[in-house]
Design a protein around this ligand. Structure first.
Ligand code: PHB
Length: 389
């Protein structure tokens, strides 16, 4: 009796020992909105991170990578509690993800306290990277695209604009950077409108915008809301009234674009990623992503996640597998690589992303709606930080 018990016990101890030495030497806590309004962002980023690990293997610099995915529902109190648990209990070496700005801001002080790198794969408010020296961003800032669409509008016969943004930090960034740049170029901003983030009712603001008779409506809504917005824009006849829809590319999100209907054809936006970005790297990425995810089209959030994982892998290679937070952040500063979106780098001074911003027009390609890039502004730094210097 005793003997039969002892053998499995020894086997269990041996297994635990083997696991203990070869398993999970580096832990990455991925905090994403997997439920709620921002769930599409969570789904896209998780899929991209897993694709990266599947393609590159789960061992880096001799260390096994373990991914721990947690759902914060984009609620900052949850993000903070989850980040704390991941750092204290699971002893993760990185926290990553962050589907919305308030989530990234809530976790920032914990990154500083624990000296754990925090990789922002989605959120886009300029200030985020200034909240901790341990934050590095692979997504984008709203200002990067907003100033470029302002320049394009001013040069393309658009004189009077109404702006309409989701009423929280990235919306404020988009509105401010667009308006300042557009007015400087001689344009007029007739009204600056806002809609609540959580339950956006676009009808009163669309009516107000229509009454102003602008040449264009500049819009920022976060990824996931573009479909509802465009539907109401068309239902209320703003397109037929000759009002052009412009903005950062969140509104013509690749995740939803193909379901928006042909009325959206011709919409011009500025953004860092389109699923039809014409490069071999992107084609390989889109093909592999679709194959692994039931033909889902990757959007700009997926690319932020894919590149965030690349940043983690390459930083670990540079530190020879050391998980010292300062060494990892040092390794990330100035890193440059070819992303599915094009060439990108991490600004060594700000730890923010430097990337091309493309001007795109919605067109039908092979029977599907896509954002087709027609002009490129190279190596754009976050304009908000550039202005502060
Ligand atoms: C943000 O909360 O920073 C955010 C979320 C979704 C976007 C852009 C920015 O599409």
């Amino acid at each position: 009796m005793q003997r039969t018990k002892l053998v499995p016990m020894l086997a269990a101890i041996a297994a635990a020992f083997t696991l203990g030495t070869s398993h999970a030497q580096v832990k990455v806590g991925l905090i994403l909105p997997m439920t709620g309004q921002q769930a599409s962002t969570g789904k896209q980023i998780e899929a991209a991170v897993k694709l990266y690990m599947q393609q590159k293997g789960d061992t880096v610099a001799g260390k096994k990578i373990e991914l721990i995915v947690k759902d914060d529902g984009a609620v900052p109190d949850n993000t903070k509690r989850i980040a704390q648990e991941l750092i204290v209990n699971d002893k993760v070496n990185f926290i990553a993800g962050f589907g919305v700005t308030p989530a990234a801001l809530a976790a920032a002080p914990l990154a500083t306290q624990a000296k754990v790198p925090l990789i922002v794969m989605a959120a886009g408010t300029s200030i985020i990277t200034e909240r901790s020296p341990y934050i590095v961003r692979t997504s984008f800032t709203l200002a990067q695209s907003s100033v470029i669409i302002a320049d394009w509008a001013a040069k393309n016969g658009i004189k009077k604009v109404v702006t309409l943004v989701s009423d929280y930090a990235p919306g404020a960034d988009a509105q401010k950077s667009f308006s300042e740049r557009f007015v400087k170029a001689g344009g007029t901003v007739a009204a600056e409108l806002k809609v609540p983030l959580a339950v956006p009712d676009f009808s009163p603001v669309l009516q107000r915008a229509r009454d102003e008779k602008p040449d264009a409506l500049f819009v920022f809504v976060p990824s996931g809301q573009g479909g509802t917005f465009v539907k109401q824009f068309i239902e209320r006849g703003l397109d037929k009234a000759g009002i052009r829809l412009i903005g950062p590319g969140d509104v013509t999100d690749d995740d939803l674009l193909n379901g928006m209907g042909d009325q959206v054809i011709g919409t011009v936006t500025a953004h860092m990623y389109s699923a039809v970005h014409p490069s071999p790297t992107n084609k390989a990425f889109v093909d592999a992503f679709r194959k692994a995810n039931n033909n889902l089209r990757p959007n700009f959030m997926a690319v932020g996640g894919y590149d965030g994982m690349h940043l983690i892998y390459e930083a670990l290679k540079k530190t020879n597998g050391s998980t010292d937070g300062d060494a990892l952040i040092g390794a990330m500063k100035g890193m440059a690589w070819e992303s599915p979106r094009g060439p990108i780098s991490i600004d060594p001074e700000t730890r923010d992303i430097v990337q091309n911003i493309y001007i795109r027009k919605v067109e039908k390609v092979g029977g599907e709606l896509y954002n087709v890039e027609f002009a490129t502004v190279n190596a754009v730094k976050d304009p908000v930080k550039a202005e502060k210097k």
